[in-house]
Design a protein around this ligand. Structure first.
Ligand SMILES: NC(=O)c1ccc[n+]([C@@H]2O[C@H](COP(=O)([O-])OP(=O)(O)OC[C@H]3O[C@@H](n4cnc5c(N)ncnc54)[C@H](OP(=O)(O)O)[C@@H]3O)[C@@H](O)[C@H]2O)c1
Length: 257
C-alpha cells in the first residue's frame, strides 16, 4: 500500500465526541485533513455550530450533533438521527470527558457517578451504538478511546477520573477482542498533560506548571496538535493489525522512574 493510502481517510465518516474545542477539535481538524467527513459533538448547540463553521471554512466536510454522552437516551436518539440522515460512521473517537477534583474522603457519590457516566459509561454507550452499525454494514471500522496518564498511574484528588480512565484501557481491550472478528480495531490514546481549556487553571498555577515541566523528560506541556498523528494513525489502514493497545502521547512521562 502506498504511503498516502496508509493514512488516507477519504470516504470515511468520523464521529468525534467532545470536539467543539480542545483536543477533540484538533482530532477533527487532523482527520478532516486526512480526508474524513467529520461529525462534531458537544453538549451545546452553539459550540457544535461554531466548530462545524470553523471546519467548513477550511474547506472540510463537517456536520454536527449536540448530545450528552452521559445520557443513554440522548446517545441512542443521536444515532437514530444519523441513520435517518445517512451518516455511516466508520471511525469513532470517544473523546468527550470531564474532570472533577476533590479529596476522596470528601467526595460525594453524585460527583463520582457523573465523572464515571461521562468518561466511561458514555464511551461504552457511544461505542456500542457505533459498533452495532459497523458490524451490520460488514465494512469494519475504527474505535479510538481517549485514556490518560491516570490510566496507568495514580494521582491524588481525581479518583473518579482515574477510575474511568483506568477502565477505558480495559474496555478498549475487550472491544478489541469482541469486535476484531468484524474487522473493527479498537485502540486508545493516552495523552499526557496538554494545554487545553480543561487544564487552563492548572497551567496558570505556578507550582503545578513547574511540577509538569520538572516531572516530564520533555520539560514542557504538550500541544493539542501533537496528538493528531496518533489519532490519524489509529483511524487509518496503517493500524489495521493493531488492536486493544493504548498509545501514550506524553513526552516520555510514563517512561521515567
Ligand atoms: N487536556 C489534557 O491534558 C488531557 C490529558 C489526558 C486526557 N485528556 C482527555 O482528553 C479528552 C478531551 O480533553 P480536553 O482537554 O480537550 O477537554 P476540554 O477542553 O474540556 O473539552 C471537552 C469537550 O468535551 C465536550 N463535553 C464535555 N462533556 C460532554 C458530554 N457530557 N457530552 C458530550 N460532550 C461533552 C465539551 O463540549 P461542551 O462544552 O459543549 O459540552 C468539549 O467539546 C477528555 O477525555 C480528557 O479526559 C485530556
Amino acid at each position: 500500500m502506498s504511503l498516502k493510502k496508509l493514512f488516507d481517510l477519504t470516504g470515511h465518516t468520523a464521529l468525534i465526541t467532545g470536539s467543539t474545542r480542545g483536543l477533540g477539535l484538533s482530532y477533527a481538524e487532523g482527520l478532516a485533513e486526512a480526508g474524513a467527513t467529520i461529525i462534531v459533538n458537544g453538549t451545546r448547540d452553539d459550540g457544535v455550530a461554531h466548530a462545524v463553521e470553523a471546519l467548513s471554512a477550511k474547506g472540510h466536510r463537517a456536520f454536527g450533533k449536540a448530545f450528552d454522552v452521559g445520557n443513554e437516551a440522548s446517545i441512542v436518539a443521536a444515532f437514530e438521527a444519523f441513520d435517518r440522515e445517512g451518516h455511516e460512521i466508520d471511525i469513532l473517537i470517544n473523546n468527550a470527558g470531564v474532570q472533577f477534583r476533590k479529596p476522596m474522603v470528601e467526595l460525594a457519590v453524585e460527583d463520582w457517578s457523573r465523572v464515571l457516566d461521562v468518561n466511561l459509561t458514555g464511551s461504552f454507550l457511544v461505542a456500542r451504538e457505533a459498533a452495532k452499525r459497523m458490524i451490520a454494514r460488514k465494512r469494519g471500522g475504527k474505535i479510538v478511546n481517549i485514556a490518560s496518564l491516570t490510566s496507568a498511574a495514580g494521582r491524588a484528588t481525581v479518583a473518579p477520573y482515574t477510575a474511568a480512565k483506568g477502565a477505558i484501557t480495559a474496555i478498549t481491550r475487550t472491544m478489541a477482542v469482541e469486535w476484531a472478528p468484524h474487522g473493527i480495531q479498537s485502540n486508545a490514546i493516552g495523552p499526557g498533560y496538554i494545554l487545553t481549556e480543561m487544564n487552563e487553571a492548572l497551567s496558570e498555577n505556578k507550582e503545578f506548571d513547574a511540577w509538569v515541566r520538572a516531572s516530564n523528560p520533555s520539560g514542557r506541556w504538550g500541544k493539542p496538535e501533537e496528538l493528531v498523528g496518533a489519532a490519524i494513525f489509529l483511524s487509518s489502514p496503517a493500524s489495521d493489525y493493531i488492536n486493544g493497545q493504548t498509545l501514550y502521547v506524553d513526552g516520555g512521562w510514563l517512561a521515567q522512574l
